[in-house]
Design a protein around this ligand. Structure first.
Ligand SMILES: Cc1ncc(COP(=O)(O)O)c(C=O)c1O
Length: 410
């Protein structure tokens, strides 16, 4: 890139999200080497765009943090965050991570994109007997079972195998404490075996000669630096499980590592994160596994949309986009902040707009009172942080689910 990214102090909008590979050059927004408004005119909108090398940078940064902390580790990419075959094939070819899957169909997707069976970790929930019988056929799959019932049925289908158990540490964690993002906490949740039923799990394993070699938990999603003390508490709570299992080789701490969503968030400090793990585990023989989705993929992707109209209604100036909440559900479902960014930085007056989508539902709002240089119809707007849980959760509501997908390799 031959020009210098725009200086945040001159910009008509807050560029808190700007980084080396996502920035304005001569007022045009680039993701890697790709001019996003030019891409939109070639492929059309709406379009998901993922920059694959960003995912590798994130993977390498995680490996480095683990190495620095002296922790034996494994990384499994949670494909539920984005299961695009192009992306998975790319990641499988790089050899930096395995895959975390949560259903038999995700298992087949990961295998068919090139992840070897022994590099795939399975943690699902509410498994049917058909699910169990399918999974039992894969004897090198690293399967983690999350209920006594699943343990019993797996024991019957595949006695004598090595397994992991998903446990519930009874403490949750999530972006800004958002309760909807916490998988564990005050009320009982469906995720994993609680400590009071661990003896029953051990007895079932013994009955079917299953060897429990892994403990797994996933306490919630989107945590950043302010939540690291809570992570330490979750890990401390997991010790009651790990200490009761003599054959244990691995602790899988799930995913949940977050990315910034607003100017008030800071990047997760991976060295501090790894220190929390090292404080608990250095000196132990356990391998630490992690299965991030969002951390690896979310900020590598954007959703390109086009402005359909701009209109004043009462005291609100609306900007309509040709993409609805069905294409990136987290803002509507979980209240996660969404950041619409112009792909061309005009010098029009910056005002506050409410950005809405093209689906006939009242919750179809991207952002309220969001500052933008006044856009025009046909302008291309990028919704950043759309790499994770956008395409994978999309629906075809109102038959508005047809979207292009582009994988950038530079
Ligand atoms: C068991 C498990 N592992 C990993 C993940 C990935 O989480 P994240 O994308 O927040 O890292 C999830 C997300 O729901 C999960 O349920």
């Amino acid at each position: 890139m031959d020009s210098i990214p725009i200086d945040s102090t001159d910009a008509p909008i807050n560029l808190w999200w700007q980084r080396d590979d996502l920035s304005f050059h001569h007022d045009r927004l680039f993701l890697g080497q790709c001019d996003l408004s030019e891409l939109a005119s070639k492929v059309g909108t709406p379009a998901y765009v993922i920059r694959a090398p960003r995912v590798l940078e994130k993977l390498n940064s995680l490996h480095s943090a683990f190495d620095k902390a002296g922790l034996d580790h494994r990384i499994f990419y949670a494909i539920k965050a984005n299961r695009s075959p192009k992306l998975l094939t790319y990641l499988a070819s790089q050899g930096l991570c395995g895959a975390d899957v949560c259903s038999p169909a995700e298992l087949i997707q990961a295998l068919s994109c090139g992840f070897p069976e022994e590099d795939i970790s399975f943690t699902g929930t509410s498994l049917s007997s058909q699910d169990i019988n399918t999974l039992a056929k894969f004897d090198r799959l690293r399967i983690n079972l999350d209920s006594l019932s699943a343990l019993e049925r797996m024991g019957q289908a595949s006695p004598g195998r090595e397994i992991g158990i998903r446990v519930n540490p009874d403490i949750g964690i999530g972006y800004t404490g958002n309760e909807m993002l916490q998988y564990s906490g005050i009320e009982a949740t469906k995720f994993g075996i609680y400590l009071d039923r661990l003896p029953e799990a051990i007895a079932l394993a013994k009955k079917y000669d299953l060897k429990i070699v892994r403990v797994h938990f996933h306490a919630g999603c989107g945590y950043l630096n302010r939540e690291l003390n809570q992570l330490a508490d979750v890990i401390a709570a997991s010790k009651a499980f790990t200490e009761a299992l003599p054959d244990l080789r691995e602790l899988n701490i799930g995913g949940g590592l977050g990315v910034p969503h607003t100017k008030d968030d800071t990047l997760l400090n991976l060295d501090r994160w790894a220190e929390v793990l090292a404080d608990a585990f250095s000196g132990s023989k356990l391998k630490i596994a992690v299965e991030p989705g969002d951390f690896l993929i979310k900020d590598a992707g954007i959703l390109l949309t086009e402005v359909t109209y701009i209109e004043q209604r009462k005291d609100i100036e609306f900007v309509g986009l040709n993409a609805g909440f069905n294409l990136a559900m987290e803002p509507a479902f979980y209240g996660l902040p969404c950041e619409p960014v112009p792909t061309y930085l005009s010098r029009n007056e910056t005002r506050n707009f409410t950005l809405v989508g093209n689906v006939n539902e009242a919750l179809d709002k991207w952002a309220v009172n969001h500052p933008l240089p006044a856009p025009e119809e046909g302008d291309v707007i990028a919704l950043i942080n759309a790499g994770g849980y956008a395409s994978s959760m999309r629906s075809d509501h109102c038959l508005r689910g047809d979207v292009k997908e582009v994988l950038l390799l530079k």
